[in-house]
Design a protein around this ligand. Structure first.
Ligand SMILES: [Zn+2]
Length: 145
């Protein structure tokens, strides 16, 4: 029999993936048609969603994870407890390198990153698994004066 916390954790993952799927529907991706949604659970238990937003000047487009992080900051969240990313592809749609670093700013090495598609969880990784030996805020904030 599962403990209550394990049940809660499973419920959170399901809800987080579903929130990312909902966000994906809002993506603006007329050029690639590659829709991505992301959802963050913050340290206050709030959900923040984001979707990719492309631009005719291609490099100006933004990823779903960046949108979700911006929404979290706007809502005064500061710590990512878990993040889900949803896209449709033969391989799991993991955060790009830039987004792994963006997540790193607000997450612990053990923070779960859930990669899903429209139907299921495809891959569960920690931030440290996706971005090993990473550089983060403590390098700057703990610098002796
Ligand atoms: Zn990205």
């Amino acid at each position: 029999m599962q403990s209550m916390s394990e049940n809660d954790s499973m419920l959170d993952e399901r809800l987080l993936l579903e929130a990312a799927r909902e966000a994906r529907k809002k993506a603006y991706a007329p050029y690639s048609r590659f829709l991505v949604g992301a959802a963050i659970l913050d340290d206050q238990g709030k959900l923040h969603k984001g979707c990719n937003v492309e631009n005719a000047a291609y490099p100006q487009g933004t990823c779903a994870e960046a949108g979700a992080i911006a929404a979290m900051i706007l809502a005064e969240g500061r710590q990512i407890k878990a993040i889900a990313v949803v896209g449709e592809s033969p391989d799991p749609v993991t955060p790009c390198g830039g987004c792994r670093q963006k997540i790193r700013e607000f997450a612990a090495p053990t923070t779960p990153i859930l990669i899903g598609d429209l139907k299921q969880l495809r891959l569960r990784q920690t931030l440290a698994e996706l971005l090993p030996h990473s550089f983060g805020p403590e390098y700057l904030l703990n610098e002796p004066q």
